[in-house]
Write a protein that binds this ligand. Structure first.
Ligand SMILES: Nc1nc2c(c(=O)[nH]1)N[C@H]1C(S)=C(S)[C@@H](COP(=O)(O)O)O[C@H]1N2
Ligand SMILES: [Mo]
Length: 304
């Protein structure tokens, strides 16, 4: 597979947004967080009630040029400029820890038995911007079921590639590399959680976390770790990179919550990339019906 830079992609190679929206009308039930047009009655309720009618797909151009991927620099434009040094194939994922089938898996072997699905999800960054992205990927729960976690596997830890040659941003210690993230087992196996391999019907571009990244739509974007080389089944809660860096600003759970502000700014509203007006941020990023039960009895204010 040839991975091209966004500038080399002709617009007719990308599935246009209108085609996605039409397709959703047919696929219907598998759609999760989508355009008002495809939402039916829930969509019209959203339209009537508030400012959130613009759940329109973010353009391929914006999704691939406005990024956070500190391994390629800390500016939003840095990953799309610098990530050409990453070689996403061949790619090996190490599976280790409390699991029946540990080993070094070629990416294709890890994914082959599983069905790639399309999921249109909202992505909300801590920095109060958001996007609506048509992902392709496999449910992480399917992959985990085949790997066979043992009784001690309470959490799953994910690790990004560590290679300052391919990832020049790692020559500066902005983060204690490699980037690490983690999920509790029920979050990891929740049907909304996917391992993404593509978006807009194309393999992931490097800046979006090629060849494999996590997407957990009810959590802040930083939980969506990119370019994963290891999946570890562990007993204790992993120490994720952002929490290690600033524990008063970033937690382990990082559930989107408009009522818990970041110490330095409000989380009540967000700006969709490509739009001018700000919209209200929803609890659990709008996925509360599907996920809130996992946090029953926990203080939501501690779940930032
Ligand atoms: N390895 C790694 N994964 C990462 C990051 C990073 O810097 N390094 N940034 C995170 C943050 S803060 C966000 S908002 C999302 C951004 O994903 P996108 O650029 O594909 O929109 O990736 C997350 N995954
Ligand atoms: Mo983010």
């Amino acid at each position: 597979m040839i991975i091209k830079k966004p500038a080399d992609i002709k617009s007719d190679e990308i599935t246009p947004e209108s085609v996605y929206i039409d397709r959703r009308k047919f696929i219907g039930t598998s759609a999760i967080g989508l355009t008002a047009a495809a939402l039916g009655s829930r969509g019209s309720k959203l339209l009537a009630q508030d400012d959130r009618q613009d759940d329109e797909l973010t353009s391929f151009e914006s999704i691939t040029t406005h990024n956070n991927f500190y391994e390629f620099g800390t500016g939003k434009g840095d990953p799309s400029r610098n990530a050409h040094t990453l070689r996403p194939r061949p790619w090996t994922v190490t599976v280790e820890g409390a699991v029946e089938n540990p080993g070094e898996y070629d990416l294709d072997d890890l994914l082959r038995p599983h069905t790639v699905q399309e999921r249109i999800y909202r992505m909300r960054c801590v920095e109060a911007w958001s996007m609506v992205i048509p992902w392709q990927g496999v449910p992480l729960g399917d992959v985990i079921a085949r790997l066979g976690p043992t009784a001690n596997a309470n959490y799953v830890e994910f690790v990004t590639l560590l290679d300052p040659i391919q990832m020049p941003g790692q020559r500066r210690r902005v983060i204690d590399w490699p980037y690490i993230e983690g999920l509790r087992m029920d979050e990891a196996t929740h049907p909304l959680t996917i391992l993404a391999t593509g978006l807009y019907d194309r393999d992931l571009l490097n800046q979006n976390g090629a060849p494999l990244r996590l997407v957990i739509p009810w959590k802040y974007g930083f939980k969506g770790i990119k370019s994963i080389v290891a999946i570890r089944f562990v007993e204790r809660q992993p120490i994720n990179s952002w929490k290690a860096l600033a524990p008063n600003e970033y937690g382990f759970f990082a559930n989107v919550n408009p009522e818990v502000n970041h110490p330095r700014w409000s989380q009540a509203r967000e700006r969709r990339i490509g739009k001018f007006r700000k919209i209200r941020t929803l609890p659990f990023n709008g996925y509360g019906d599907e996920v809130a039960h996992m946090y029953a009895g926990m203080d939501p204010r501690t779940l930032y």
